[in-house]
Design a protein around this ligand. Structure first.
Ligand SMILES: *Cc1c(COP(=O)(O)O)cnc(C)c1O
Length: 355
């Protein structure tokens, strides 16, 4: 760190992404990517001409993509925001809506919320999840601060019912409530329709998980026209071309091929059910999941040891050092074949077998 770095940045703990090692070909069950490629027609969506057109800037209004998303979800384009990954949108939202009254979010949740709060000098409070790792919606009623809740939550995989989200939104009319629906396509109940009724609700989504496009960097959000204008203003004050031409094209084709992704989500849900059962048969405690991952612990092996033993066998899962969840690992749902390898490795490790 140089002596020139701004004080606030000196004090910000940057987000730690899941590891992306390149030494061997791992079975990657650590960053909740899709194990499936994008739809066949998306694979063919980018032509040599599109690459030649990279000499031109991308459309800063993202008109076509917004119209397609609006069509798919039955809202107006003016109620849709798109950006370079949903992390970008979370960043904008903390900057736009957090400073005035401060922010709250759960103690166990997506690690980026506290990073963005620190980055923008937003005072924040972390509200502990209940003993069973659920969010107690009553903790957020009338709290009068900017609220960020991942629903379903990560890394727990648990979700709140729609009516509880509505209670939170309704009881905080003077503050923005951000609901991060990164995983909603895997079984949660979306609240995006409530954006028509409440002017303080921002619903953030991503193409990274259910849309098989993590490397393309594309996120979107729903909100009332004014909220969307607010975050557009930040985008236009930082980087109006923040979605590149190729990703815009791929995103448009993705929306056009929605049924493929619905099919892949249901396959992942099926695999998740089978893996949960297998882990429970091995004595694991596995939280319910409305996501493309499972959060699991065993009384027979520490979370960290299991993580390390799996890594030795070429399988990556995500372990968090945080005291409250250090016994757990977060396991992304891969293909059925990958999950067979995973379960086989778990059995071998638990029986003390050799790698
Ligand atoms: C993965 C994830 C994101 C970030 O998604 P990108 O669109 O890839 O930036 C946001 N929120 C949660 C809860 C996530 O798990």
């Amino acid at each position: 760190m140089s002596k020139f770095l701004d004080k606030r940045l000196q004090e910000t703990d940057a987000y730690t992404p899941g590891e992306q090692p390149r030494d061997i070909q791992y079975i990657k069950l650590n960053t909740n990517e899709s194990p499936y490629p994008p739809a066949p027609r998306v694979l063919k969506a980018v032509s040599a001409e599109d690459i030649a057109n990279l000499r031109l800037y991308s459309d800063p209004t993202c008109k076509v993509l917004k119209e397609k998303l609006a069509g798919l979800y039955g809202v107006k384009p003016q109620n849709v925001f798109v950006s370079n990954g949903s992390d970008d949108i979370l960043n904008f939202a903390f900057l736009a809506f957090g400073r005035e009254n401060g922010a709250v979010f759960p103690d166990i949740t997506y690690g980026f919320y506290s990073v963005f709060a620190q980055l923008h000098g937003v005072e924040y409070t972390e509200i502990p999840l209940k003993e069973d790792f659920t969010v107690d919606y009553k903790d957020y009623l009338g709290i009068n601060k900017f609220i960020a809740i991942a629903n379903p939550n990560a890394p727990t995989g648990l979700s709140l019912p729609l009516w509880q989200i509505e209670e939170i939104v309704k009881s905080n009319p003077e503050n923005v409530v951000l609901i991060d629906e990164a995983y909603v396509d895997f079984g949660g109940e979306s609240c995006y329709r409530l954006t028509e009724k409440y002017d303080n609700l921002l619903v953030v989504r991503t193409f990274s998980k259910s849309r098989c496009l993590a490397g393309g960097r594309l996120g979107y959000a729903f909100g009332c026209k004014e909220l969307i204008e607010d975050i557009e203003k930040i985008k236009y004050s930082t980087n109006p071309y923040n979605i590149n031409r190729l990703t815009l094209t791929l995103g448009e084709a993705t929306v056009d091929n929605d049924s493929y992704y619905q099919q892949k989500c249901s396959e992942i849900i099926q695999t998740r059910k089978a893996v949960k059962e297998s882990l429970e048969n091995e004595g694991f405690t596995v939280l319910n999941s409305d996501t493309n991952f499972l959060f699991a612990k065993s009384d027979d092996i520490s979370g960290e040891t299991l993580y390390l033993e799996l890594k030795k066998r070429g399988i990556l899962v995500r372990h968090f050092g945080n005291e409250r969840i250090k016994d757990f690992n977060r396991i992304t749902i891969g293909t059925p074949q990958e999950m067979d390898c995973f379960i086989k490795a778990v059995k071998e490790i638990l029986s003390g077998g050799k790698q």
